[in-house]
Design a protein around this ligand. Structure first.
Ligand SMILES: [Zn+2]
Length: 237
C-alpha cells in the first residue's frame, strides 16, 4: 500500500492529524445499530451533464445541477459522487462489493453523505454512460469526460430506510462534521461493471474505524438494538 496507505495519512500533512486522533472517524461497522428513519431523508436530484473525473483514487462524478438532500428539515447540496471497493461500512462485519458515496454540503460547510451499498446482480437502469467513459487506467489522472446526461436518482434503491450517525470523511483530511446516512437496501450492478471498476481501483476503501463505545453511543442517532460492551466490560449505556 506504501506511504499513501490509510494508516499513514496523518503523517502526510499537519492538516490530516484528525485521521489518527479523531474520535468520530468513519467508516464504522454498523452492526449494533438498527436502521431507523430518525431523520427523514428527502432526495430532490436533478439530471446533469455527466462529468467523470479520475482523481487517482476513484472515479468521481462532479455535479453542478441544483440537487438537494434534506436531512430532516436541513438542506444539503449535492457536490459529487464516487465509489469505493469493497464497501467501507460493514454490517456486523459483512461488507458489500462496492459502496457509492453521494457527498453533500450545507452553507456552513457541514457534510452529509448518502451511502449506497452495491451488490452484484442486475444492472441498474441508465447507469451505462457512467461505465462507458471510465478512464483506461487508474494513473490516467487527467481523464475528464463531459457529456451525456445522468440522474443520480437512478443510483438509489426504492427505499430510503437508513442507518444514521455522525462521523467523518473517509479520505484525508478526515474532517469530522459529517452526517452519515447509509441506506439499508443495496442496489445491484452487473459483474462486468463491478470488475471493470476493480481493475482500475482494486482496493480504495478505508478500513472500519474503532471508536470507544462511550464515543459511539451519544452520536448514534439510529436506535440501538442490542447492548454492546467496550473492552473494560462496561455497557455503553
Ligand atoms: Zn467516499
Amino acid at each position: 500500500m506504501g506511504s499513501g496507505a490509510p494508516d499513514n495519512w496523518a503523517s502526510l500533512s499537519p492538516e490530516y492529524t484528525q485521521c489518527a486522533t479523531g474520535r468520530f472517524q468513519s467508516p464504522i461497522d454498523l452492526g449494533p445499530i438498527a436502521a431507523a428513519d430518525v431523520d427523514s431523508l428527502d432526495v430532490a436530484y436533478q439530471t446533469d451533464v455527466l462529468r467523470i473525473v479520475n482523481n487517482g483514487h476513484t472515479i468521481q462524478v462532479n455535479h453542478q445541477a441544483d440537487s438537494t438532500l434534506k436531512v430532516g428539515e436541513h438542506p444539503f447540496r449535492l457536490l459529487q459522487f464516487h465509489f469505493h471497493s469493497p464497501s467501507e461500512h460493514t454490517e456486523s462485519g459483512q461488507g458489500h462489493e462496492l459502496e457509492l458515496h453521494l457527498v453533500h454540503r450545507d452553507e456552513l460547510g457541514n457534510y452529509a453523505v448518502l451511502a449506497v451499498f452495491i451488490d452484484e446482480g442486475a444492472e441498474l437502469s441508465d447507469t451505462s454512460p457512467l461505465w462507458r467513459y471510465l478512464p483506461e487506467a487508474a494513473d490516467e489522472m487527467d481523464h475528464v469526460y463531459e457529456g451525456e446526461l445522468i440522474d443520480p436518482t437512478d443510483l438509489l434503491p426504492s427505499s430510503l430506510r437508513h442507518y444514521q450517525y455522525h462521523g467523518s470523511l473517509t479520505t484525508p483530511p478526515c474532517t469530522e462534521s459529517v452526517v452519515w446516512n447509509v441506506l439499508a437496501s443495496p442496489v445491484t450492478m452487473s459483474a462486468e461493471h463491478i470488475s471493470r471498476f476493480r481493475e482500475l481501483y482494486a482496493a480504495n476503501a478505508r478500513p472500519v474505524q474503532m471508536r470507544a463505545a462511550w464515543c459511539l453511543a451519544p452520536h448514534v442517532i439510529g436506535r440501538v438494538e442490542t447492548p454492546e460492551f467496550d473492552s473494560t466490560g462496561r455497557s455503553r449505556e
